[in-house]
Design a protein around this ligand. Structure first.
Ligand SMILES: [Zn+2]
Length: 151
């Protein structure tokens, strides 16, 4: 059993886009490594190639649905599979929920007819929401009151 249920859709951050991969970029809780399978997509001159990788490059948050992926590990895996062409563009679509594969299908290759890949896609937040979140401007303007001077 996995501690972090792959069936839960999570927000994904690349390790190079966050300050550190040991704390959640959303709630600042400590992240924990766990090995999971992912659907990666590599684009090269011939087209787009989805494939499944398994690694422990995911750092999961126990407090909220967030995962930080170690970009170097995924880059290496793309390079192993596709050579230097993979350097240009690759992404990860989501986590494969292996527990969702029926028992009678587990000996067969994922993605074969009748045995679809149980992909749980990452949540994509609109860019506008991601930016400037939590940046509250406290506009403190002092108003000059009327001075009542008597005498
Ligand atoms: Zn979190």
């Amino acid at each position: 059993m996995k501690k972090f249920d792959p069936a839960i859709p999570r927000q994904m951050f690349w390790s190079d886009s966050v300050r550190d991969k040991f704390h959640c970029p959303e709630c600042h809780c400590e992240l924990e490594k766990e090995s999971h399978a992912y659907v990666m997509v590599v684009r090269d001159a011939h087209g787009i190639h989805p494939f499944i990788v398994g690694n422990d490059a995911g750092h999961f948050c126990a407090a909220c649905p967030t995962v930080v992926l170690d970009k170097e590990t995924f880059r290496e895996m793309a390079l192993i599979a596709f050579g230097s062409a993979a350097q240009a563009q690759f992404t990860v679509l989501g986590i494969v929920n292996l527990a969702a594969v029926p028992e009678e299908m587990q000996s067969r290759a994922l993605g074969e007819d009748g045995n679809p890949v149980p992909l749980v896609e990452f949540i994509r937040k609109p860019v506008a929401v991601r930016k400037r979140q939590g940046k509250a401007k406290a506009a403190k303007k002092r108003r000059r009151g009327k001075k009542h001077k008597s005498g």
